[in-house]
Ligand binder design. Structure first.
Ligand SMILES: C[S@@+](CC[C@H](N)C(=O)[O-])C[C@H]1O[C@@H](n2cnc3c(N)ncnc32)[C@H](O)[C@@H]1O
Length: 314
């Protein structure tokens, strides 16, 4: 299934881009280490095809974030599993036996969720080199999943390739969210579903995060420095919460340079893992809810809210 899917649906993203979206060049040759189109060759790194443009191959900002995250459980607890499915507005029968695109994989939360719903085949697409480490996990060995490094702003698949696309916490991290959306809509089959969860919507909490992010400018600083800075502040924050001193401080006149209160009652390490996700990525666009609806309208569709996001049928 994997090699058949690659042969039939993978296209050369550069050719497609250069030719204003009109040429879908399928591959001409494939070896263990290379994949060749008419005018371009891409590498296969540790069995993962790398369809990113050359300037993106060395490093992406998430390489330094995801390796600090703990990978979520592969086998979901059935109660949490049901809750997550409902929160994401997923109808299980829309996934079973269908061809799915996980558009942005990260640590694999949504990928693992979808794999539990018995899809026919899943493509796990992400921009980060971390995908290589994730793909080596024993859990995926006998599952119908193909890991591919690529860019949502230039998806290397033919028009109308997927029955269902799920993207959780990704679109705001791409360099151009609306372009990513148009790409996703293009590769979705007619009557297929596009489901977004955890979009970084414009609200008071996210506005404060964004202003702190721009003020501290950690995403443009040396990664080692930025991580040490966040580690120290997370530790201070943790101590202030645990000793209840934070409650006594007048937060209007003084506050720490980031707002992670919504992480709940967690330990210092968890404050740190969410802080690096907010402050280190190259991009973190804040998106207005009405703009998301507008993206769908401009593509000729309409979207509905789910508890954690948006869904639309093409
Ligand atoms: C916040 S993390 C995803 C979190 C994910 N829901 C999880 O549970 O791990 C954001 C992900 O978006 C990916 N990403 C950022 N820009 C991308 C792009 N242009 N194309 C594909 N993936 C992208 C990053 O590599 C990273 O893995």
């Amino acid at each position: 299934m994997k090699s058949l899917f690659i042969k039939n649906y993978l296209i050369c993203p550069l050719q497609f881009n250069k030719s204003s979206g009109k040429v879908e060049d399928t591959l001409t040759k494939q070896s263990k280490s290379k994949i060749t189109f008419k005018n371009q060759t891409y590498n296969i790194v540790d069995k993962v095809i790398d369809m990113r443009f050359s300037e993106d191959r060395e490093y992406t900002s998430y390489d330094n974030i995801l390796n600090n995250w703990s990978i979520p459980n592969f086998k979901n607890d059935s109660k949490i599993f049901k809750e997550s499915i409902n929160a994401a507005g997923i109808n299980e029968s829309d996934i079973k036996d269908k061809v799915i695109l996980i558009a942005g994989v990260g640590g694999g939360t949504e990928l693992n969720l979808i794999l539990n719903l018995k899809p026919k085949f899943v493509v796990a697409l992400d921009f980060s080199n971390f995908l290589i480490s994730l793909s080596k996990k024993e859990y995926y060995k006998n599952l119908p999943v193909l890991f591919i490094m690529g860019d949502l702003c230039n998806i290397p698949f033919k028009t109308e390739s997927f029955d269902y696309i799920f993207s959780g916490g990704i679109i705001q991290m791409t360099r151009t969210p609306e372009l990513a959306h148009r790409n996703l809509w293009r590769v979705l089959k007619k009557k297929g579903y596009l489901n977004y969860s955890h979009i970084y919507l414009e609200n008071l909490h996210n506005r404060r995060i964004t202003s702190d992010r721009l003020f501290n400018n950690l995403h443009n600083k040396n990664v080692k420095y930025a991580k040490t800075f966040l580690r120290i502040y997370c530790f201070i924050y943790f101590i202030l919460v645990k000793t209840r001193i934070l409650k006594l401080i007048n937060r209007k006149s003084w506050r720490l340079p980031f707002l992670i209160e919504l992480s709940g009652n967690v330990n210092a390490k968890e404050y740190y893992t969410s802080a690096i996700d907010y402050y280190l990525p190259r991009y973190r666009h804040m998106i207005k809810e009405e703009d998301v609806f507008d993206w769908f309208v401009k593509c000729g569709g309409g979207a509905k809210r789910t508890p954690k996001g948006f869904i639309s049928q093409k």
